[in-house]
Design a protein around this ligand. Structure first.
Ligand code: GLU
Length: 444
């Protein structure tokens, strides 16, 4: 049996970081098991689904490097849902109910007022044919509920949460179809999971009670059910479920200079017993992927940790991987020299500007000016083909007796206009003899 997982977003908005994590884990699990990863667009809600969101979902997955092995759309499968629905209606597992939203709300309030759980009372199951006909004659269209089997216990071994048990008597028969004929998510999802031979459903723990009812739907459709992994949700660094997380998507991270590899490395590991590590190659993350390593406590998503991880990822990226995003003319040697100083790739432009110039003239004491005058002369005399920085500082050390900061800092200031920056030994050959002489002479 081929492991088959699916990521099933509703295209009613852009994906947020919690969705991205779910997508990633589905993909990793499929890849770790030589299986398939499907993208299923849950667009049964015609009014709220938008094509631009479908496009952004695809683009976001592509940015993360999660390539689906296939894409399905619920909106192209309505005939199929209709057929399977008709089977359940014929079998008495789905029944029409005529209560209005207000009537249902009143029932809820009465039960809650008596201190009872607000479970639907199944009044609609008790209607006679004549009563139903009377409702229809009134112009009331029914919505449809799935009749839970109260005698069949609901249990499963969740890959993250362990053994789960629900008593169907404590649950309302879920509405699967609205009075206008539109579908709620629960039933089409089960039909799809059966037809697409889904072996593992990986999703957030907010779906646990849905799973309880869906397990009976798999059964009612005569199918075995997939395995389930319900992951603890993400919380912000402050330890609370934050609104902010719900608004953080790929655009935000890209704009902040976060590399997809950094986001993948973080989302792969938070909430698990494995350390967060700056792996550029997802194969290293996939190799150890195991739901048994996921905890039940919420996973903490910390943007500071992400930024730090990003820095460590940027330091590993090769020139070819980033060339298209570097300033014109920047060379592989330039990238290698500047890379250790970057937290984001976009900062490379700033340092490349320091190489190409012009740089700001630094404020200097008279003594340092005199020193830089000497430096300009020394720079004209050294061999630039090898290691000009060590040649220059070696000559100046000998000639002036300066050492440490007094030796290096005025040179760095004159040559780059800044007090900090990439290793001068790597930078000076890029600045080159002509520009270096001009910059030293300008101060000295
Ligand atoms: N469309 C559902 C959601 O976004 C899918 C849940 C599932 O994975 O079954 O919550």
């Amino acid at each position: 049996m081929t492991v088959t997982a699916r990521f099933a977003p509703s295209p009613t908005g852009t994906l947020h970081v919690g969705n991205l994590r779910t997508a990633l884990h589905n993909w990793m699990f499929a890849r770790a098991n030589g299986g398939r990863f499907l993208l299923r667009i849950d667009d049964t809600d015609r009014a709220r689904s938008e094509e631009r969101h479908v496009d952004s979902i695809r683009a976001d997955l592509a940015w993360l490097g999660l390539v689906p092995d296939g894409e399905e759309r619920q909106s192209s499968r309505f005939d199929r849902y209709e057929a399977r629905f008709a089977e359940l209606v014929a079998a008495g597992r789905v029944y029409p109910a005529y209560e209005t939203a207000q009537e249902l709300e009143l029932k809820r309030k009465v039960l809650l007022g008596r201190g009872l759980p607000p479970v639907y009372d199944r009044a609609a199951l008790a209607l006679s044919d004549a009563e139903r006909a009377a409702f229809e004659a009134e112009g009331r269209a029914p919505h449809w509920r799935f009749r839970l089997d109260h005698d069949a216990g609901i249990e499963w071994d969740d890959l993250v949460r362990g053994h789960q048990r629900f008593d169907p008597k404590t649950m309302s028969d879920p509405v699967v179809r609205r009075a206008d004929g539109s579908w709620l998510y629960l039933f089409p999802s089960v039909v799809d999971d059966v037809d697409m031979a889904i072996t593992h459903v990986v999703r957030g723990e907010d779906h646990v009670s849905n799973t309880a009812t869906q397990l009976q739907m798999f059964d009612a459709l005569g199918s075995g059910s997939p395995a389930f992994a319900h992951e603890a949700l993400l919380t912000g660094s402050e330890g609370k479920l934050s609104k902010r997380l719900g608004s953080l998507g790929v655009d935000h991270f890209r704009d902040a200079g976060i590399e997809p590899q950094a986001l993948v490395a973080l989302l792969a590991r938070i909430g698990t017993s494995d350390p967060v590590e700056p792996h550029v190659d997802p194969a290293l993350l996939i190799a150890g992927f195991d739901f048994a390593r996921f905890g039940r406590a919420p996973a903490r998503f910390d943007e500071v940790e992400l930024a730090q991880l990003n820095t460590r990822i940027v330091h590993q990226l090769g020139f070819d991987a980033v060339a298209a995003r570097l300033p014109d003319g920047m060379t592989p040697e330039g990238w290698d020299a500047i890379r250790p100083n970057l937290s984001t790739i976009s900062e490379a432009a700033d340092w490349w500007h320091v190489v190409e110039g012009p740089v700001d003239a630094a404020d200097m004491s008279d003594e340092d000016r005199a020193y830089l005058g000497q430096a300009a002369e020394a720079a004209a005399a050294i061999d630039w083909s090898g290691d000009p920085w060590h040649a220059l500082t070696g000559a100046l050390k000998e000639a002036t007796g300066r050492k440490g900061k007094a030796l290096f800092l005025p040179l760095r200031l004159a040559l780059t206009g800044r007090a900090h920056g990439p290793d001068m030994a790597a930078l000076l050959p890029l600045i080159g003899k002509d520009r270096a002489l001009a910059r030293l002479a300008a101060v000295g």
